[in-house]
Write a protein that binds this ligand. Structure first.
Ligand SMILES: Cc1cc2nc3c(=O)[nH]c(=O)nc-3n(C[C@H](O)[C@H](O)[C@H](O)COP(=O)(O)OP(=O)(O)OC[C@H]3O[C@@H](n4cnc5c(N)ncnc54)[C@H](O)[C@@H]3O)c2cc1C
Ligand SMILES: NC(=O)c1ccc[n+]([C@@H]2O[C@H](COP(=O)([O-])OP(=O)(O)OC[C@H]3O[C@@H](n4cnc5c(N)ncnc54)[C@H](O)[C@@H]3O)[C@@H](O)[C@H]2O)c1
Length: 466
């Protein structure tokens, strides 16, 4: 591209994750620029939700085989072919990313700029192209959808030892004997599950007193107990020193604040993700940011600069793909209906953690209700109390329902087999404003399926004698 000229487009989208879905039929006959510096398709497709869950599934198959004898079926895991597991995942994903890029490069009304964008004015951008050139783009409207990136603490960066984040660890060639995971959140607990159930020794170091501590307190407490039976979990502990290990290339030795050492481990850093704004030069456009650097948007997705929108991890307080997708649908409408704007509806944002046991939740936690001084009733129902739980000999799963004294649902929290499926009727009920009684008795529940645990918890919150 000629460095001297400026391309004028109707819409420029920075980031090809959820941003890529903004090119709706409304833009036919108009010019759209998609600017992407990394792998096409963004985090979810390339290094996030989709590949991680494609690793979780084989880990669960291995775990099921190991536990089969409980049910009178004798079986054992003969081996884990990591490279085959890895290649199944990326053999599926990489062509989708590549195809998406080609589709935009060759699209009738789209131009894909493969490079890093920064603002030079309110609606002007400069793109440092990956091939070394520079492009200038002026747009009537711009959407910033640049997502987030892994944060790496100083103790790791400054040590100079080799380490992985979720961006790189799924592509390793061989399973290490041991993994040292720093962090106690979503990514840490999902990878602990994957590696441990594929036969790797896992040490997980978390600075807090519980894992997943932003979840409902009962869930965090019971999950932490379950995690300790599976992995070497060090709570209220920090990594103090890291050195390269003689045990093998790419491995580290660590000294922890509890005065113990972990030796010969692959180091996996899972300490949160920050909005990707550093390269954008937002002040050049006058785009306002929160203290944590997220872009400020209103309920329609508008930033402080007219004609500039933002969505997804770069602006949202929820770093979740279904939230980014929801925001993209709203912004896609608003870009072409300036006189009929739609709003984000994030009253009930559900989430699931695909760890072991699985966790899913929607609505308020008990701690949030206590803090707000909201009155509530609570019922905890064990998986072990319903027929499907008996079939599974389940000992850890439970469903917790929080409801207002008038029966309105406030929050539902599930830990156990397929929690993300069990919770879904509660997500619908909250969005429709149903009471616990309406949700429990407004439909038939398939017997003897696992969601009966939710049905019973709902009935229990209506009538504590139940
Ligand atoms: C390991 C992992 C597992 C996850 N699992 C789940 C899950 O199971 N369920 C769930 O709901 N969420 C999950 N998430 C979160 C989810 O992936 C994100 O919330 C979601 O992908 C964010 O989408 P986005 O469109 O905002 O950003 P992204 O998909 O990250 O897209 C942003 C794009 O912008 C590009 N970019 C950044 N800066 C620039 C620039 N200056 N110029 C040009 N391009 C730029 C980036 O390269 C990137 O491709 C997971 C995340 C991770 C890391
Ligand atoms: N299933 C899913 O939906 C899913 C899966 C993975 C990721 N995600 C999204 O991605 C986000 C990022 O995931 P994550 O696990 O990196 O973040 P997280 O916020 O869930 O957890 C970060 C963890 O790192 C710890 N930590 C932070 N700074 C630290 C430091 N300097 N030293 C030691 N520990 C430190 C925190 O105490 C916390 O335990 C999640 O919040 C979630 O929104 C979602």
């Amino acid at each position: 591209m000629d460095a001297g000229t400026t391309d004028h487009v109707d819409l420029a989208v920075i980031g090809s994750g959820s941003g890529n879905s903004l090119v709706t039929p409304d833009w036919e006959g108009k010019r759209v620029a998609i600017i992407e510096s990394g792998a096409f398709g963004g985090t979810c497709l390339n290094v996030g939700c989709i590949p991680t869950k494609m690793f979780v599934y084989p880990a669960e198959v291995a775990a099921a085989v190991r536990e089969a004898s409980r049910y009178g079926v004798d079986a054992h895991v003969d081996g884990v072919r990591w490279r085959d597991i890895r290649d199944r995942v990326f053999g599926r994903i990489d062509p989708i990313s590549e195809g998406g890029k080609r589709y935009r490069l060759e699209g009738e009304n789209t131009t894909a700029y493969l490079g890093r964008a920064r603002f030079t004015g309110e609606r002007t951008l400069e793109v440092a192209l990956n091939d070394g050139g520079t492009a200038r783009v002026e747009a009537d409207q711009i959407v910033v959808a640049t997502g987030s990136h892994a944060v790496v603490p100083d103790v790791v960066r400054e040590s100079g030892v080799p380490f992985h984040t979720s961006d790189t660890v799924m592509r390793i060639d061989d399973l290490p004997p041991r993994v040292l995971i720093i962090g106690g959140g979503y990514i840490a607990t999902e990878f602990a599950h994957v590696f441990a159930d594929l036969g790797v020794e896992v040490t997980l170091v978390a600075r807090g007193p519980r894992l997943l501590r932003h979840l409902d307190g009962d869930v965090a407490r019971r999950f932490t107990e379950a995690a300790r039976t599976q992995w070497d979990v060090r709570l209220e502990t920090r990594v103090e020193e890291l050195t390269p290990s003689e045990a093998g290339e790419g491995l580290v030795d660590a000294r922890l604040s509890d005065s113990t050492r972990v030796e010969g481990a692959l180091l996996l850093v899972c300490t949160g993700r920050a909005p990707s704004v550093a390269d954008l030069d937002l002040p050049a456009a006058g785009i306002a940011q929160h203290d944590d650097s997220r872009i400020v948007v209103d309920e329609h997705g508008r930033t402080s600069v007219p004609g500039v929108w933002a969505l997804g991890d770069v602006s949202s307080e929820h770093q979740l793909k279904h939230v980014a997708n929801h925001e993209a649908r709203v912004v896609a409408h608003n870009l072409v209906h300036g006189d009929d704007l739609r709003s984000f509806d994030e009253r009930f944002v559900p989430a699931a953690v695909f760890t072991r046991p699985q966790i899913a939740a929607v609505g308020a936690t008990q701690e949030e209700l206590d803090e707000a001084g909201t009155e509530y009733r609570v019922k905890v129902q064990e998986y072990a109390d319903v027929a499907y739980g008996w079939a599974m000999e389940d000992t850890v799963g439970f469903c917790k329902v929080l409801a207002a004294p008038d029966g309105r649902l406030l929050g539902v929290h599930v830990m156990g087999h397929e929690a993300s499926i069990v919770v879904q009727p509660a997500i619908l009920a909250l969005n429709l404003g149903l009471t616990a009684a309406e949700t429990a008795r407004g439909q038939m529940w398939i017997h003897p399926a696992l969601p009966e645990v939710l049905e019973n918890a709902l009935l229990g919150v209506v009538d504590p004698e139940n």
